[in-house]
Write a protein that binds this ligand. Structure first.
Ligand SMILES: NC(=O)c1ccc[n+]([C@@H]2O[C@H](COP(=O)([O-])OP(=O)(O)OC[C@H]3O[C@@H](n4cnc5c(N)ncnc54)[C@H](O)[C@@H]3O)[C@@H](O)[C@H]2O)c1
Length: 496
């Protein structure tokens, strides 16, 4: 188990001492060649009926390319045959949620190096790195949408450093900003990077509008949101649209190879698994007198379950996603869970917990143990481990059989934050779009189920958890009073 998952960690603090290493990850790196063999994706689009939709969507994508605009017949172009050719199609991006990760994801798609800043206080920002250039000339930024003008303008300013000027008329603010952006026909690729609460509805509208989508993780904060994402994923499949999620480990060769070996039997029958995101505190946005309750919560969203899902969902989803991936399914039950709010107890920390421990049961009697913590000064562990009848693995780059030779993945990895866009774009160009909606919905739900078991202090089955009807957050989005919800009390809190 590594104490820091360099090259595969969420862009959030795992302790101040790790910042320089995280920055290294995002320094300009020579990218590895695009992998055209995306067999590991959860793409189930092999039916005939879906093929025509897929072709239609691909034609639309190609139609939007500069080559098509130059009058060349798309059918004569070899887009479908190689990833290189696919990457030549012109992509018109719209970004919804122009904060740290949204700006960073835009840079990653453009192939421009970012400088990540994880502050102790103030916003998580991803600025253009010194000397960064746009590597992907076929990618154009068409429009930006954010709830707040100041955050949108910061992103716009970064783009200007790269010589990209998004015109004012294509910059939208407010709660309906995403609708205006999604109404622009030219946009064929949308990045959704708001706080997770808004993702289900925004994904649904994006797919209905016929856009390919990159969605940041997690994708919901409650079961109704998860169900919306699953439905949007099915609709995307019918329409031949691509959806990739910000669970970047799925785009790393080391994880893909290790997990394939495990699934091919390298460690025998799986018995137990465990995963951790035990790290430090993340930033806080202090309330300003001129901000209403709702505005402050929206700016300090990590600390409110209705906005971020609590850190077992918001951050630990990366590790839970690996567990579901390697075990080939989601858990059937959260058998037991403990957690609380022991250190981060100030009002600025909203009402979320600072530590969770959950015992999950998977089909076939496989046990999975999960821990997540955001407390400074403790031992940091971020990673996964799986134990089988014939050995064990970290699911990433090491397999240790009880007998025989150990296996290690060696070789350089490109930035997974870039690869996730390259893979999505290549898959669309080839006419076999990636669709990670179901996988990320299930991983998000795994976190939600664990959280609800811990909040309530009771076991919870998958069926009960995913069929829950309680939708978190205000009915109507309006700046004004919105008191911090109470801290969930195990024994009293009831999941719904
Ligand atoms: N994959 C990763 O490794 C990774 C790393 C960091 C963050 N993330 C995820 O990215 C998402 C954003 O996180 P962040 O750190 O960039 O947060 P952030 O606060 O920096 O950015 C969120 C942005 O969304 C805007 N916003 C809020 N509500 C909105 C709405 N209704 N409509 C439009 N815009 C809205 C905010 O004003 C802000 O600019 C989260 O889901 C987070 O979990 C993923």
């Amino acid at each position: 188990m590594s104490s820091c998952a360099f090259g595969m960690c969420d862009r959030q603090a795992i302790g101040a001492s790790h910042y320089p290493s995280i920055l290294l990850l995002h320094s300009a790196r020579v990218m590895s060649l695009l992998d055209t063999n995306i067999i590991w994706c959860t793409n189930t689009m092999n039916t005939k009926s879906n093929k025509s939709n897929r072709d239609q969507s691909r034609r639309q994508f190609i139609k939007n390319s500069s080559l098509a605009a130059a009058g060349m017949a798309a059918i004569q172009l070899p887009f479908a045959s190689t990833a290189q050719a696919a990457s030549e199609a012109e992509i018109h991006i719209g970004l919804v949620g122009c904060g740290g990760r949204g700006t960073g994801a835009l840079m990653d798609a453009l192939g421009a190096a970012t400088k990540v800043i994880y502050p102790q206080s103030g916003y998580h920002t991803e600025n253009v790195a010194e000397g960064a250039k746009v590597e992907k000339q076929n990618i154009k930024v068409v429009a930006l949408a954010d709830l707040f003008e100041d955050r949108l303008e910061n992103c716009r300013k970064q783009l200007k450093k790269l010589g990209i000027d998004v015109p004012k008329q294509n910059c939208f603010t407010g709660f309906d900003a995403y609708k205006h952006l999604l109404a622009i026909p030219k946009i064929n690729y949308v990045i959704l990077a708001t706080p997770p609460h808004f993702r289900p509805e925004q994904l649904k509208v994006a797919i209905e509008a016929g856009k390919n989508v990159f969605i940041e993780k997690p994708v919901a904060v409650d079961a109704p949101g998860v169900r919306t994402v699953i439905e949007a994923g099915k609709l995307a499949e019918k329409k031949g649209l691509g959806i990739a999620a910000g669970t970047q480990r799925r785009h790393m060769a080391c994880y893909r190879e290790a997990i394939k070996r495990i699934q091919d039997g390298a460690i025998g029958r799986i018995i137990t698994a465990k995963c951790y995101w035990n790290g430090g505190e993340i930033w806080v946005i202090k309330k300003k007198p001129e901000w209403s309750d709702l505005e402050w919560q929206l700016r300090n969203w990590n600390y409110f379950t209705w906005l971020g899902g609590d850190h077992i969902v918001e951050q630990h989803v990366h590790n839970l996603d690996i567990m579901n991936w390697v075990l080939g399914t989601h858990p059937i039950k959260a058998v037991s869970g403990l957690g609380g709010r022991q250190v981060r107890t100030n009002p600025e920390h909203g009402h979320i917990f600072d530590h969770f421990a959950v015992e999950y049961e998977y089909p076939g009697g496989v046990w999975m143990f999960s821990q997540s913590r955001q407390i400074n000064g403790c031992q940091n562990i971020v990673g996964e481990e799986i134990v089988g009848t014939k050995g064990k693995s970290n699911c990433r780059d090491r397999i240790v059989p009880l007998e025989g030779q150990k296996w290690r993945h060696r070789g350089k990895e490109g930035s997974p934050y870039r690869l996730e866009h390259e893979h999505l774009i290549a898959s669309i160009g080839k006419g076999t779009p990636i669709n990670e909606a179901q996988a990320i919905a299930e991983s998000t739900m795994t976190g939600i189920m664990g959280r609800e078991a811990v909040y309530s202090g009771r076991a919870l089955t998958w069926d009960a958890a995913i069929n829950a009807t309680h939708r978190r957050g205000p009915e109507k989005y309006e700046f004004g009073d919105y008191p911090t919800p109470p801290v969930p009390m195990p024994g009293k809190y009831r999941t719904g």
